[in-house]
Ligand binder design. Structure first.
Ligand code: AOF
Ligand code: ZN
Length: 373
């Protein structure tokens, strides 16, 4: 029996997943070449500037690919970027049919790749497994469609919904397994965002300390996401751990509130300081800051911060996913709540949709999507 399109697209999706930690700012893409119901070549995009999935699959094929069908999770590109157009490579190789998962939301491609293939007489079929192919690159897709990164907020709480004691003490609520699980979210993010409050309280390093196999390794040996601090008055200390290596550190502040000498000290250490206009409440405009990150090619953001900044992001409509680790502890009624949100009536409650539940060690991992009206 012949395998169907979904079968081969699922293989291409599995290949694309191998680029989970590395393709930034490009999307994760996988490709298989099939001839007479047999796989004759496979490839995935690993790193920006290097071969796209299709080109890697063509190079992998040991036999003549003319007449083959190419399954690609994303529409083959039609433009000259850091690498030449994949549509041209597929045409030149003589494939008979291209099955794609999702049209490329990049305005430079956006259907042009498919049109180019059709104009060359290649049969084009799709979208196939579109929802899965879309979910593979939530950040790239959102950045291309809306000019904003996809933001996940990661929070840890007790059974009674508290994230810190009244004093602010919060280490540690969850167990070691949950903290290791967080490493996976960090590793697939392009930027980790936090607030100055968390930096001053905990002096975190916010590094990735796992490799692609999930093994614990030295932070120096793996790709580090950009570390971003929301710091209105630029109060971060020059020796804060999160600033190093400074090539991967960025601070957002409001220009008028910044002390010139302190700014110079940070800049001399190689830290990027970006200015964002004040919002209506006189504080950092978070939407503007996220737009600036998107312009820098940041696809996926992991927000790891306290209740106040997390509440600000939620109120600004910037949060796409909430990941909560719930620990088997009670922190009591004086402890701080998960989000700082001054709500009074039930009608103002923020609605969430539950996406998944999983046990991680003794903790529960809950994933929600906010339902913005
Ligand atoms: C594909 N296959 O594997 C990927 C695609 O600068 P470049 O040349 O790397 O091009 C990057 C753009 O190409 C990226 O924004 C996206 O639209 C597309 N990515 N396309 O056909 C791939 N990674
Ligand atoms: Zn391409």
């Amino acid at each position: 029996m012949m395998h169907n399109h979904e079968y081969w697209m699922a293989k291409a999706l599995q290949l694309a997943q191998k680029g989970l930690f590395t393709t930034h700012p490009n999307p994760r893409v996988g490709c298989v070449l099939v001839k007479q119901d047999e796989l004759i070549g496979q490839g995935y995009h690993e790193k920006a500037g290097e071969g796209h999935a299709e080109v890697n699959a063509l190079a992998d094929a040991k036999q003549d690919v003319s007449g083959a069908t190419a399954y690609v999770t994303l529409e083959p590109c039609s433009h000259q970027g850091k690498t030449p157009p994949c549509a041209d490579a597929l045409i030149k190789a003589g494939v008979a049919c291209v099955v794609y998962g999702l049209q490329d939301p990049n305005p430079e491609v956006a259907g042009n790749g498919l049109a180019k293939l059709k104009a060359a007489g290649i049969e084009v079929i799709g979208p196939i497994l579109e929802a899965e192919c879309n979910a593979l690159n939530p950040g790239f897709n959102k950045r291309m469609r809306e000019g904003l990164p996809f933001v996940r907020v990661k929070l840890a709480m007790s059974l009674d919904g508290r994230t810190a004691m009244e004093s602010g003490e919060s280490q540690w609520i969850t167990g070691g397994d949950a903290r290791l699980d967080v490493q996976k979210w960090r590793a697939q993010s392009d930027a980790i965002v936090t607030g100055i409050g968390s930096v001053l309280a905990d002096n975190p390093s916010m590094t990735v300390r796992i490799d692609e196999q999930g093994q614990e390794v030295d932070a120096k040996t793996v790709r580090q996401p950009l570390r971003v601090i929301m710091d209105t008055a630029l109060s971060v200390l020059p020796e804060a751990k999160i600033l190093y290596p400074s090539s991967q550190a960025c601070v957002f502040a409001i220009e008028e509130e910044v002390e010139a000498e302190h700014l110079e000290t940070l800049q001399q250490k190689g830290v990027q300081v970006k200015f964002s206009s004040p919002g209506d409440d006189g504080r950092l405009d978070l939407v503007d800051a996220m737009e600036q990150l998107a312009d820098m090619g940041i696809n996926e953001v992991l927000l790891e911060t306290g209740a106040e900044l997390a509440g600000g992001f939620l109120q600004a409509g910037l949060i796409d996913e909430i990941i909560v680790y719930m620990a088997p502890k009670l922190l009591g009624s004086n402890a701080r709540a998960l989000f700082q949100l001054p709500l009074e009536v039930m009608a103002d409650a923020v609605d969430l949709q539950l996406k998944s539940v999983r046990q991680v060690g003794q903790d529960l991992r809950l994933v929600y999507q906010p339902v913005y009206l």
